[in-house]
Design a protein around this ligand. Structure first.
Ligand SMILES: Nc1ncnc2c1ncn2[C@@H]1O[C@H](COP(=O)(O)OP(=O)(O)OP(=O)(O)O)[C@@H](O)[C@H]1O
Length: 465
């Protein structure tokens, strides 16, 4: 991040927290560097660093990330370069921003909590995302069954329910469907659905307006709390802490919590252990990547919905099967393709046949047959394991390099059409028997080592996305 960018961010902070706070706390901060996700500031005193970290860190992090900077943590150093140590922290954590004040004075003009709660409930639910429009197949049947159960609003049997899976596989759809169902069946329940980003934003706002008591009260008075994309709060320490307290308070009152995430809780980097373990206490279900049958079912369902909008359009045999076969990335892309096809066909007034499909969706079809390269795999794997690309290719035999290298070789074998000798050549001129050994080793480990199985799956998804 440049000084200039920090300058722009400062003016946003000024607007957000008002002139007095700004002059006292933000103006004296001097941005030093942004490295490995940690933004370092120099501050005149320890006290000041602590105060800013406790009261404004989430806001600063939020603004930085919104401005396109990838920042997980802030660190404050007094001018002499000694790290700020929050008084109630262990030494090892000294530069981390972790603490949230446990209580904040209530603002004199604080609205009654109930009013504010109503505005919170306005988080919009998509009218299309209901159980009726959700197509069930093998990859999502367990998630669907669990969502159905929770949506009955009966006694809480598993808490929380965690739905996780890759991009566009229906997590948000299921969450909304639960909320709609609860609103219909149990209108007396206070159901709150929001994204983890909105949770953070509310939290930051409450801190800023000194209305933490309201915030706590609001979130503790819901009957069902649904938080979408919880991975968003990873690395945002104060928000995680507040989420943790909210979570515990609701579970203690036997209130239902439903969470979604893009990966299993245990796999979310920079999510605190205690949050992970709370999330793992309930029922954790995976939405698997779609299979051909599910994709076809979703397409047929969509076509049925479209038939009222486009009563004159017809689809030739084989088109839906072709799309289900060819577009396997995610449901969002599949739906988008069909929408475009209908719009196009209605414009030109033609039947949707293979020719029109190929013409209209040339780019989508090309993208879905995109070839994955060895270099891409090497790059993704090195990013994933946080090692250098040269360590994947190079000669080092340390386990911390050798295992990722074997994972990369395995993925090259699975996802590209390269032969073993070709793969070997691209891994620093290794022999094909070395590649074969690596591939075999990962095949074995996938069965015996859950971590490796998960790593390979995540990487495969990322590469195919
Ligand atoms: N089984 C399904 N039946 C019908 N529609 C589906 C199904 N799965 C996904 N969709 C549709 O695919 C689109 C993407 O789904 P959704 O937004 O729920 O994905 P997500 O898992 O929350 O993705 P992200 O990780 O991007 O938030 C939505 O329009 C949704 O209605």
């Amino acid at each position: 991040m440049t000084q200039e960018k920090w300058g722009q961010l400062r003016s946003k902070l000024l607007k957000a927290i008002g002139k007095n706070n700004y002059t006292t706390w933000i103006e004296p901060l001097e941005f030093q560097e942004l490295q490995d996700g940690v933004a370092t500031f120099s501050v005149p005193t320890n006290f000041m660093g602590n105060y800013v970290s406790q009261n404004f860190a989430d806001l600063i992090l939020y603004e930085m990330n919104t401005a396109g900077e990838s920042v997980q943590r802030l660190a404050f150093r007094v001018a002499a370069n000694s790290p700020v140590r929050p008084s109630n922290e262990h030494e090892g954590d000294s530069a981390d921003v972790r603490k949230t004040p446990q209580s904040q004075p209530l603002s004199q003009q604080a609205e009654p909590a109930q009013d504010a709660l109503e505005s919170l409930q306005a988080a919009p639910l998509d009218a299309r995302f209901t159980f009726d429009s959700f197509v069930v197949g093998k990859p999502n049947e367990l998630a669907h069954a669990a969502a159905r159960r929770v949506s009955e609003g009966g006694p809480v049997t598993f808490n929380p329910l965690v739905l996780y899976g890759g991009v566009g596989l229906g997590k948000t759809h299921l969450m909304h469907a639960i909320a709609w169902e609860l609103k219909n069946k149990r209108p007396e329940l206070n159901v709150l659905y929001l994204s983890a980003e909105q949770f953070m934003y509310r939290f930051v706002q409450a801190l800023r307006e000194r209305r933490m008591m309201d915030f706590k009260h609001l979130f503790r008075s819901v009957d069902v709390l649904m938080v979408d994309d919880v991975q968003f709060i990873a690395g945002k320490d104060s928000t995680q802490e507040e989420f943790f307290h909210t979570f515990n308070a609701l579970v203690d009152q036997n209130k239902q919590i439903i969470i979604s995430a893009d990966r299993a809780p245990g796999e979310i980097k920079d999510l605190e252990e205690r949050v992970k373990s709370r999330l793992q206490c309930g029922l954790v279900v995976d939405l698997h990547p779609t299979d051909y049958e599910l994709r076809l079912g979703i397409l047929q369902n969509k076509v049925q919905q479209y038939s009222s909008t486009y009563p004159d359009l017809t689809i030739a045999d084989g088109v839906l099967e072709f799309l289900a076969h060819r577009i396997s990335t995610n449901v969002r892309v599949l739906e988008g393709a069909l929408t475009r096809l209908f719009a196009f066909a209605s414009l030109v007034g033609r039947e949707i046949d293979m020719e029109l499909t190929q013409d209209c969706l040339a780019d989508v079809l090309r993208a879905s047959e995109r070839k994955i390269t060895v270099e891409e795999i090497q790059r993704k794997v090195s990013d994933y394991y946080n090692i250098r690309l040269s360590d994947i290719i190079g000669p080092k035999r340390l386990r911390s390099y050798a295992r990722p290298r074997q994972v990369a070789m395995y993925l090259c074998k699975q996802l590209t059409s390269r032969s073993l000798p070709e793969i070997g050549r691209r891994f620093g001129g290794r022999d094909h028997t070395t590649v074969m050994h690596g591939v075999k080793r990962i095949e074995e480990l996938k069965v015996t080592d859950g971590q490796i199985a998960e790593d390979v799956e995540m990487l495969r998804r990322a590469l195919e996305a």
